[in-house]
Ligand binder design. Structure first.
Ligand SMILES: Nc1nc2c(ncn2[C@@H]2O[C@H](COP(=O)(O)OP(=O)(O)OP(=O)(O)O)[C@@H](O)[C@H]2O)c(=O)[nH]1
Ligand SMILES: [Mg+2]
Length: 545
């Protein structure tokens, strides 16, 4: 049986094949290249049973496609197919690592994100919107600027050379008025040691970047690109690295769409046209194909990693330990709090934004209960949704946790704004029930006087340990409420299987002797299912709990 591509796309050069006839592959060969599949539909040659397959088309090996790297090969014959597959196997080895960046892709990254390993000395410009009617904010331009500085300082050896707050009408158009642009250009040029400019807005449009880079003759960063630099610098696990690589894609796509809409020509300043067998492929199409191919490989790899995560998650569910997701704004003290509750020395809290980029699970013993605490990636304001969406899987663990613990840094001058941001995001993600049962703690209270402490939420300090005893009690109560676990006292006979069963299936809090010495009183925390099972198993011997 043979397979044929419906919409042939060259696998190597990422360009649609100009040949009218696409190459036929034998089923066995198609199976061998399955892992190279781009998800495009292929049909059986005979179409008798109308079966559809998803194998990678090999039409790219067209003899007539001038841009195909494999040009000259004659498709259709078995010996050629064999060599094609060998070639694919080679390229597969090279590309086996989904994170591998081709030279072409490296160039895209360099153009869009300036990943050149340079430790920049930055000028930060904060365009403060004059009248924010629809969204009155509890923050101030000075606080936003100081967060921008913290972002820069999160990168090793990056430094802030100067800062400037400038009032603007909106972040649209060209952001700055003509006079303002001149003033800023003079300022930037007056600093000889500045190597880049960071405009503190969530994301700059391509025409804005081109205009500002043109005026200042320096690379220009926005929050999206700067946060990506931080993520890239500190990601350790494969999952985090894949997620970050995936987060680059919507940014690049957004740029391509803006070029497509004709907003502005790209950084390169010209459009490339590749003419191939009567088809015209623009620079945009080529880049779209390049990005699509990378996305396909990253998603495929991420899926595998996530399957492993799912196994771990299932293990946790099977273990029946209650889970607590610790969430909050970046740098609020989530990791420090988990360290204090678990005494896990392997945890290393750091005084910088986005110190935690991987979701990790830690066992803790509260007062009577063993729980699993989940450390999560911190939130930050003014970051486009697409960037945080790349980390959505890490939040999934938080979403299915029995209890969500929201940590706030009460000592932070901008804590109200941070709180609004986190509550806003959690409000969209969590069910009403989870929100109702959410616990809020005000951390870093050791840095505050009694007057400054809040009456809303539990005041704690993860560093000094104050308030942690009360937090453990409240966490247990919240877990009991959300999981249907209950406190039960069982009277069980001495010398039976009851006690070992209870140890296995519930949390045993205490054991005392019964009045006549022939029984024990066992205090437990048990869920409704286990309670029903106990009654069922030991109904004849069971004494009234
Ligand atoms: N004084 C004081 N400092 C604290 C407290 N809790 C955390 N910190 C400090 O705050 C900084 C950030 O702590 P982390 O635990 O890394 O914060 P995080 O929320 O995990 O941060 P990300 O992982 O970046 O989101 C560290 O320097 C901690 O020592 C506290 O209760 N009091
Ligand atoms: Mg952390």
């Amino acid at each position: 049986m043979f397979l044929r591509s419906l919409r042939p796309t060259c696998h190597l050069c990422k360009i649609n094949c100009s040949r009218k006839q696409s190459t036929w592959l034998s089923l066995s060969h198609a199976a061998r290249i399955r892992r190279m599949c781009s998800g495009q539909k292929l049909q059986t040659h005979s179409q008798q049973n109308n079966t559809k397959f998803s194998y990678k088309p090999l039409c790219c090996f067209s003899t007539t496609n001038p841009v195909c790297k494999e040009r000259g090969r004659k498709p259709g014959r078995d010996e050629n197919e064999e060599s094609i597959i060998n070639k694919l196997a080679e390229s597969q080895d090279e590309e086996a690592d989904a994170l591998h960046e081709t030279d072409e892709y490296k160039q895209v990254l360099q153009e869009e994100f300036h990943y050149d390993g340079v430790h920049h000395s930055l000028m930060i410009i904060h365009p403060a919107i004059r009248w924010e009617k629809d969204k009155p904010r509890s923050t101030t331009p000075e606080l936003q600027l100081s967060e921008a500085c913290a972002l820069v300082h999160s990168l090793p050896q990056w430094r802030v050379a100067d800062t400037k707050i400038i009032k603007v009408k909106s972040h649209g158009g060209f952001i700055f008025m003509k006079g303002q642009l001149k003033e800023l250009t003079d300022l930037v040029k007056s600093h000889k040691n500045i190597s880049a400019v960071f405009v503190n807005v969530d994301i700059l449009k391509i025409n804005q970047v081109a205009m500002l880079q043109g005026a200042w003759q320096l690379p220009v960063f926005d929050r999206y690109t700067l946060v990506l630099h931080i993520f890239r610098e500190y990601a350790h696990t494969r999952e985090a690295k894949l997620q970050i690589a995936l987060a680059e894609i919507p940014y690049i796509r957004g740029r391509l769409e803006q070029i497509n809409e004709g907003q502005h020509d790209h950084v390169t300043g010209k459009m490339h046209y590749v003419v191939s067998g009567g088809f015209r492929f623009t620079y945009i199409q080529k880049r779209h194909a390049l990005v699509a191919e990378r996305e396909r490989r990253l998603r495929g790899e991420l899926e595998k990693v996530r399957q492993q995560r799912e196994v771990l998650r299932q293990n946790r569910i099977n273990q029946q330990y209650p889970t607590v997701a610790v969430v909050g704004y970046t740098n609020c003290g989530k990791t420090t709090l988990i360290k204090a509750l678990t005494e896990d020395e392997s945890l290393t809290p750091e005084n910088r934004l986005f110190a935690t980029l991987d979701v990790t699970v830690h066992q803790a013993f509260l007062k009577n209960m063993k729980v699993l605490l989940i450390d999560t990636v911190g939130f930050i304001s003014d970051i486009p949704k697409t960037l945080m969406e790349a980390f959505s899987a890490t939040l999934e663990d938080a979403l299915i946790a029995d209890v969500v613990l929201h940590v706030r840094d009460l000592s932070h001058p901008d804590y109200r704004n941070q709180d609004e941001n986190v509550v806003d995001i959690l409000g969209k993600l969590l069910s009403e029930e989870k929100l109702q049962n959410m616990l809020v703690v005000n951390n870093k209270c050791d840095l505050l006087s009694d007057d400054e402490k809040s009456s809303d939420g539990l005041n704690i300090s993860a560093v000094t340990g104050s308030g942690l005893d009360e937090l453990k009690t409240r966490l247990e109560e919240a877990i009991i409420k959300s999981t249907g676990r209950m406190r039960k006292v069982f009277r069980i006979p001495v010398g039976g299987d009851h006690l070992s069963w209870l140890y296995k299936n519930s949390t045993v809090l205490s054991i005392t002797d019964g009045e006549n010495g022939d029984s024990y009183l066992v205090e437990t925390i048990i869920n409704t299912a286990a309670y029903g099972k106990f009654k069922h198993l030991f109904s004849t011997n069971k004494r009234k709990p």
